[in-house]
Design a protein around this ligand. Structure first.
Ligand code: ZN
Length: 502
């Protein structure tokens, strides 16, 4: 499909709302005591309740309710005092009861917002409509035998949360960003593994476009739903594809049909699946088998919201802010730590230990810690096929080592060697440095005499440097390093050269 011009794109405003399903990682299912185990063999965890046998009664999983309240609180939602469950009626082979238990009338969470980072300094709040609790369906496996479909009911009844945003997003990049931030939050709260490829997090996009000059007249475009999105990158692409497709259609005076489309990841396009049925088709009604839940603020309520609030971990956007305030880390530098808690913990411990050891400015302490922990250390770990947790590397040993580097007492190459030996032997760095003779000899008078000789023999480079050719100093340093057979400390040499040339 051709790409519309920027001018044409600017003529229209896309309006996007998201519906995101998130599977909870509770031990058991939503309404029975079957195990919630995504890795089980097909139909290993089923019982009369989740298979929808007549006469069985569902029992509410309290942990799942706790989790959704926790999610709601971290997103600033209004938590309903009373929540209840409804039946959504439709027939499908992977839904043995012929209805799904969900929440239409009294969901757990309303309103709230999720902050996404547009740039280092710009945060946008994406407003939410609601988050409700429901149960997942089973899985249909279409085999290569054309006449048969296999059914796996392990997933039937797994606690599933659905988050609905207000229609406040306008481009694919923000959609991707929203998904990634939400995933980070779910993992931080430890309530969902939120793996897109495994279907533990599923994004549906509702999108319409309208001409800007008609927008203020309240003329909304026709809404199209896009499903089958299996990654955040696909979400971004699907949105951009749909915007483009709809602009071309409208420019050709074609009508946009209200329909459900699927994202075809191979051909990178959306394809029509079915025209959309209205919500009335589902004939929702309150589930007579389930009592309403008194969520909070009454004598018999399930939860104390203040208690839950007090147990919330540091949320991704709070961490982002702290990384910037405490360590001046933002953008891509911060993202690394947002996604890797063990690495972040190690970094914070090392910075604190090193600050106590070193009299260098905090900025230098942070810089060297950041560089060694995010670049040098991962390199060594990968080479040895280890994770940070497996090495059990004590932060205070790492800080002691970095202090030697900061004081120019050992080279960065030696530091790498020390890290490897530390991982192997658990010895402390001082011992390793002494045993292996890794301390740099800083014989100032020896270096000075080499510098003097180099300056005397390279008058052309000296002249050029004085005339402003900064690069010449690199050449001179190279000569000194060569003369010293690599034993001189480069920082000291550069400083000495500059002093002598100024
Ligand atoms: Zn069951």
């Amino acid at each position: 499909m051709e790409q519309v011009s920027k001018e044409l794109r600017d003529k229209y405003i896309p309006t996007i709302g998201l519906e995101i399903h998130m599977e909870q990682n509770t031990k058991t299912k939503m309404f029975c005591s079957c195990k919630n185990d995504p890795d089980a063999k097909p139909n290993e965890h089923t019982c009369p309740v989740c298979l929808g046998h007549p006469g069985t009664l569902p029992v509410i999983n309290k942990q799942a309710c706790y989790n959704i309240v926790k999610l709601g609180l971290s997103l600033g939602c209004d938590i309903s005092k009373v929540a209840s469950f409804d039946r959504k009626n439709y027939f499908y082979p992977d839904l043995p009861k012929a209805y799904q238990i969900t929440q239409l009338f009294e969901p757990f969470c309303l309103n709230g917002s999720l902050p996404i980072c547009l740039s280092d300094d710009e945060v946008k709040l994406i407003e939410l409509e609601r988050i409700h609790q429901e149960e997942d369906t089973g899985k249909s496996l279409h085999t290569n035998v054309k006449t048969s479909t296999l059914l796996d009911y392990n997933r039937a009844g797994v606690p599933l949360m659905e988050l609905v945003t207000k229609p406040v997003l306008h481009n694919g990049k923000d959609v991707k960003n929203f998904g990634e931030t939400l995933q980070l939050l779910l993992r931080t709260l430890e309530i969902s593994d939120a793996n897109m490829e495994k279907g533990q997090m599923r994004i549906e996009v509702n999108l319409s476009i309208m001409e800007k000059n008609l927008a203020n007249k309240g003329k909304l475009g026709t809404k199209v739903e896009v499903k089958n999105i299996n990654s955040f990158r696909a979400a971004e692409k699907a949105v951009e594809y749909e915007i483009n497709r709809q602009i071309i259609a409208l420019e050709n005076n074609e009508k946009i049909i209200q329909e459900t489309r699927g994202w075809d990841d191979v051909n990178e396009k959306t394809v029509s699946q079915r025209t959309k049925e209205g919500s009335a088709d589902y004939r929702y009604f309150p589930d007579p088998d389930l009592p309403e839940i008194h969520v909070h603020s009454t004598d018999d309520s399930l939860f104390d919201l203040d208690e839950i609030k007090a147990t919330l971990p540091e949320l991704p956007w709070e961490l982002r802010k702290r990384l910037e305030e405490e360590y001046s880390l933002k953008g891509i530098k911060a993202v690394l730590f947002l996604n890797n808690k063990p690495l972040l913990n190690f970094f914070e411990k090392v910075v604190s230990e090193l600050s106590a050891l070193s009299d260098k400015p905090k900025e230098e302490v942070i810089n060297i810690s950041y560089n060694y922990i995010t670049s040098t250390l991962p390199g060594i770990l990968t080479k040895n096929n280890l994770t940070l947790e497996e090495t059990d590397l004590p932060a205070n040993h790492f800080a002691t080592l970095l202090n030697y580097v900061l004081k120019d007492e050992i080279s960065s190459n030696s530091a790498k060697k020390v890290i490897e030996i530390m991982m192997e032997t658990k010895k402390d760095p001082e011992e390793i440095i002494n045993e292996n003779n890794l301390k740099q000899v800083v014989d100032m008078s020896a270096i000075e005499s080499i510098v003097d000789i180099v300056l005397k023999n390279n008058t052309k480079a000296v002249e050029e440097y004085r005339q402003g050719k900064e690069n010449s100093i690199q050449f001179l340093m190279g000569m000194v390093m060569k003369e010293s057979k690599g034993t001189a400390n480069p920082q000291i040499v550069i400083k000495m050269l500059k002093d002598k040339l100024s």
